[in-house]
Design a protein around this ligand. Sequence first.
Ligand code: 5AD
Ligand code: SF4
Length: 516
Amino acid sequence: MSGRSYQVRTFGCQMNVHDSERLAGLLESAGYVPVAEGSDADIVVFNTCAVRENADNRLYGNLGHLYPAKKKNPAMQIAVGGCLAQKDRSVIRDRAPWVDVVFGTHNLHRLPVLLERARHNAAAQVEIAEALEVFPSSLPARRASQHSAWVSISVGCDNTCTFCIVPSLRGGERDRRPGDVLAEVEALVAEGALEITLLGQNVNSYGRSLGDPGAFARLLRACGRVEGLERVRFTSPHPRDFTDDVIEAMALTPNVCPQLHMPLQSGSDAVLRRMRRSYRRDRFLGIVERVRAAMPDAAITTDIIVGFPGETEADFADTLDLVRTARFAGAFTFKYSPRPGTPAAEMDGEVDPAVVSERYERLASLQDEMSWAGNRAQVGRQVEILVSEGEGRKDSETGRLSGRARDGRLVHLLVTGPHAEDGVVRPGDVIETVVTRGAPHHLTADGPLLSHRRTRAGDAWEAARSRGAAGDRTTGEGTAGDGTAGEGTAGAAAGAGRPAVALGMPTMRPSSPASR
Ligand code: 5AD
Ligand code: SF4
C-alpha cells in the first residue's frame, strides 16, 4: 500500500473534524500519503454525520459522484465511517454497493486493517462495534493546523435530548483522565500550538464519571498554567450543568478566551420540556448574564432548532424574544429533522413545513440583525488576531489575510507595506490591529498594523511548508453546533464547505444554507 494516496472528506461537527485528524494519522502511519491537490485519491474516506436528514442525502450524492471513478479504477477504495455508518450499517452497501469499507464511531482504529482486508479478500468489509474499543485520542493524529488544535476530553453523551440521535450512535459519556488531557495539551504546545479547543458533547458533565464534578473548571485552570498556551476554548457546554465555578474559572484564567458557544435549542419552556432539556429560559438567560458580568466582552453563540413537534407561534415568539434579549454574537439555526429511533420522531404535532420555513427565515433574519449589530459595535476596537489559513475564501482576490480575534470573531485584514510580502506574516503569527468595519458574519480591519509577533506556531507552519506539508489535508464539509451536527459552515464568513479545522469555535455564521 506504500505510496497509495488518501483523502478524508468530513461531514458534521468538530468531533468528526477531529476524528478525521485521527483517521488521517492512522492512514499515514500505515504508509498512505495525502493526495496531491488536483489529483484523484486511491483511498477516499467519508467521515459522516447523521444529525439531520440532508446529511444522508449528501453522503449518497457524494458516493454517486465517485462511482464512475471507481469503475474506471477498481483498485481505488472507498470507506465510509462515522455516525451515519454507525446508524445505517449495511444499508450503505445496499445503496452504494461500490463502497469497500464501512466502519462506525467506536472502531476508527480498524480502518487500515479493514482496507487491507477488503483488498486482500476482494470483498467489502462492514464492521460496526457496539461500544468504544479504543479512545480515539490514543491514535496517531495528522493535525490540520499547527497553531490551533482540538483536544478531546470526553466522547459520547449521557443526555437524552429527545431530538438527538447522538447518544445512540456515540454511546454514553466516557471521560479522559485530566492528566492525559493535559499531557496532550502540553505536547501540542511543545509542537507549536498556541490555541486549543477542548472537545466533548457536554463538557460541563466532564468528571462526573470520574467522581469529580468540579473537574472541568479545574481543567480550565490547569490549562491556564501551560506555558506558551495563549488561547483556550471549549465546546460545548450544556446549560443544565453549567455551574458558576466554570464561569469563574473562565474569567480568572487569562488564556481562556472570552467566548462561549452554548446551545439553547428553544426559548420556550414548554418546548424545552418536550426536548427533555432540563433547564428553562430563565436559567439560560441567567448564565448569559453571569458570563457577561464576569467577561463583559464575551462573544456568546448558540444553536437553535425551529419547528420541533408541537411548537406553537407563541413558543416560537419566546425563542425570538430570547434571541433579542441574549444578543448572541451568532447562532446556528436548524429546521427540526426527525431522527429515526429518537423519542421526538414519535411525537405528535408535526409543524407544517411551510410554517417551519417561514419561522426559520424570521429567526435567521433576526439573528443576522443581532450579529451585524454586535459586529458593528466592534468598529474602532483594537483586536489581537491569530492569523489562520484557509478562512478567507476571497483573500487572494482582496489581498487580505484572515484570522480569529480572541472572542472567536472572524477578521479579514489588509496588510500593506513590508508586512504584505509573502512569508512575513505567517499563519500562526499574532497581530494587533483596529476593526474598521463590521459585516453580518465577519469583521474587516483595514487600518495600519499595530504589531506583528512571529510565533512558534508561525515557525512550525513555515517548517511544514518547506517540507511541503503545510495546510489542510482533510477536506471539510462544514461544521456546527454543540459537538453534534452540521451543515452550518464554519471557517469562512459566508462560505460553504470550509473545514473548521483552523479555529476553535463555530463561526458567527447564523444559519446554514443547507437547512434553509
Ligand atoms: N433536528 C434539527 N437539529 C438538530 N440538532 C441536533 N439534532 C437535531 C435534529 N434532529 C441540532 C441541535 C444541536 C446541533 C448540533 O444540531 O441544535 O445543538
Ligand atoms: Fe447530548 Fe447534545 Fe445530543 Fe443533547 S443535543 S443528547 S446534549 S449530544
